[in-house]
Design a protein. Structure first.
Length: 421
C-alpha cells in the first residue's frame, strides 16, 4: 500500500506532530508512506516539501494572502480563522503520484485550498485535528444547537454583533459547492466525530474514530529523581505540571480557570496537602498579573520532546485546563509517562482521561472542582500509584503506534475498495 500524507508541517503544533507520528507508525508497519509538508522541521527523508528560494517566497506570500479575508471582514478571531484560498501543492500533482490513498491532515496557512481538495481524484481520507473542515473557516467554533456549523451559514443566523462582509458564510458556501461528493474522515476523538456527523457540511461523510499515536517507547515512566534534578525541583514536594499555550488570552485553553484553581492550592490547611509546587512548560516567566498567592512556580520555558518527557516524569500530576480541545497531546503524553491527568469533562478529553482511574475529570467551567481534582490526585500516595499504573497501561493499549497504524490501514483499505469499486 502506498500512502501520501498531506500536512502544513511535520512539527511544532499538535496536529503536525500527530501527523508525523502517524507517518512514522505507518512506515514501521510496512506501508510505503511519504509525507508532503510546507514547513519541514525534521530531517526525515520520507518527508518532502517544495524546495528552493522561490518556494520560500511563495510560502510566505501564501500565508499573507490567507490573512487578508479576516482583516477585510474584521473577523473577531483572526488567529483561529483560515479561508482556504491558497495551496502549496496542486491536486494535479497529488493525482499524478498514483498513490493508493491520500490522507490530509492540518492543511491551513495556505497549504491546501478548498478548491484543490475537491479536485483530488485518488482515494482520500481527512484526519480531523480540529473543526475547520466543517466550519466557515474557524479551527474551533462555539458549540450549541443553533451553532451555524450545525444549521448552515444563513443570512438570518449571523451573530447580532456581525457587521459587514460575512466571511464565514462565504467560506462555508465555497465548501458546500465544491465538496458535494461525500468523503471519509477520521476523528481522533468521539467528540470531534460527533460534531462532524452533526454538521451541515460533513453530515453525509463517513467519519471514523482513531486516536492519535504516542511513541510509548519514548514517552514512558522514568526516574523522578533525575527529572527533578534537571529542573531544580525539591524531591519532597508535590509537583503539578502544566503546558501553557503562547497566547494565554485564548479562552479555549482555560488559563483563567487554571489560575483560579491554582490559587486554591497554596494553603496547606485548606488542601490537606503540603508543599505543592507548579512547573510551567512553554513560558520562561510569569505574566505581568501573576498573583503572589500562586504556588511556587518553576518556569521551564520551551522544551523539546526529551525535556517534556522529563517534565512529565518530574510531576505528580498534569493539568489540562482546556474549555474546548479535540485530543490534546499534553494529556496523552503525560498518561503514557504514567502521570495522572486532571482536566475538565469537556469535548475530547473524556476519551483520554478515565475519571478516578487515570486521573480526574472536573465539572465544566468549575475551577474549584478542578482544584479538588488536583488535590484528590495528590493526597494519597497509594491512589496516585494506582492512577499512574492505569494511565500507562491505557496508553500502551490504545495509543501505541502499531495499534493506531493498524486502525488507519484498515480504514485506508476500506476507502480504497469503496472508491475503486
Amino acid at each position: 500500500m502506498k500512502a501520501l500524507l498531506l500536512s502544513h508541517s511535520d512539527g511544532g503544533g499538535g496536529a503536525a506532530r500527530a501527523a508525523y507520528r502517524l507517518q512514522q507508525a505507518l512506515v514501521a508497519s510496512g506501508v510505503d508512506s511519504t509525507m508532503h509538508v510546507d514547513f519541514k522541521d525534521t530531517d526525515d527523508p520520507g518527508v518532502r516539501r517544495n524546495a528552493g528560494a522561490l518556494a520560500d517566497v511563495a510560502r510566505r506570500l501564501r500565508i499573507s494572502i490567507e490573512e487578508i479575508p479576516a482583516v477585510v471582514a474584521r473577523h473577531p478571531s483572526p488567529r483561529l480563522f483560515s479561508p482556504g484560498l491558497m495551496s502549496a501543492i496542486s491536486a494535479r500533482r497529488i493525482n499524478a503520484t498514483g498513490v493508493d490513498i491520500v490522507n490530509a491532515h492540518w492543511t491551513n496557512f495556505g497549504y491546501l485550498s478548498i478548491g484543490q481538495t475537491a479536485r483530488i481524484n485518488l482515494p482520500f481520507v481527512w484526519s480531523l485535528h480540529d473543526m475547520w473542515a466543517f466550519t466557515g473557516g474557524l479551527n474551533y467554533a462555539p458549540d450549541g444547537p443553533d451553532a451555524r456549523w450545525r444549521t448552515g451559514y444563513l443570512k438570518t443566523n449571523r451573530s447580532i454583533h456581525g457587521r459587514g462582509w460575512d466571511v464565514e458564510r462565504w467560506v462555508a458556501g465555497r465548501k458546500a459547492r465544491l465538496w458535494s461528493r461525500p468523503r471519509d474522515a477520521i476523528a481522533s476523538s468521539t467528540w470531534m466525530a460527533t460534531l462532524a456527523r452533526e454538521s451541515a457540511l460533513l453530515h453525509e461523510w463517513t467519519t471514523h474514530v482513531i486516536p492519535n499515536a504516542v511513541d510509548v517507547g519514548r514517552y514512558q515512566p522514568g526516574s523522578r529523581t533525575a527529572a527533578r534534578a534537571r529542573f531544580g525541583v525539591d524531591p519532597r514536594v508535590r509537583l503539578v505540571v502544566v503546558l501553557l499555550p503562547t497566547h494565554l488570552d485564548d479562552p479555549r485553553k482555560g488559563f483563567d480557570l487554571l489560575r483560579v484553581a491554582l490559587s486554591r492550592l497554596t494553603t496547606a490547611g485548606t488542601t490537606g496537602v503540603e508543599q505543592i509546587e507548579l512547573a510551567v512548560v512553554g513560558h520562561t516567566g510569569p505574566p505581568h498579573d501573576w498573583a503572589q498567592s500562586m504556588p511556587k512556580t518553576h518556569w521551564l520555558g520551551y522544551l523539546d520532546d526529551e525535556g517534556c518527557i522529563d517534565a512529565y516524569n518530574a510531576a505528580d500530576v498534569a493539568v489540562v485546563p482546556s474549555r474546548q480541545d479535540n485530543s490534546p497531546q499534553t494529556a496523552t503524553e503525560a498518561l503514557a509517562c504514567g502521570t495522572p491527568v486532571v482536566a475538565f469533562r469537556v469535548s475530547g478529553l473524556p476519551d483520554f482521561v478515565t475519571h478516578q482511574v487515570t486521573g480526574y475529570l472536573a465539572d465544566p467551567e468549575d475551577p474549584i472542582d478542578l482544584a479538588h481534582g488536583i488535590i484528590w490526585a495528590l493526597a494519597d500516595d497509594q491512589r496516585r500509584s494506582a492512577l499512574s499504573q492505569a494511565a500507562r497501561a491505557r496508553a500502551v493499549d490504545l495509543w501505541s503506534p502499531s495499534v493506531v497504524a493498524r486502525q488507519y490501514i484498515d480504514v485506508y483499505a476500506e476507502v480504497i475498495d469503496r472508491t475503486r469499486g
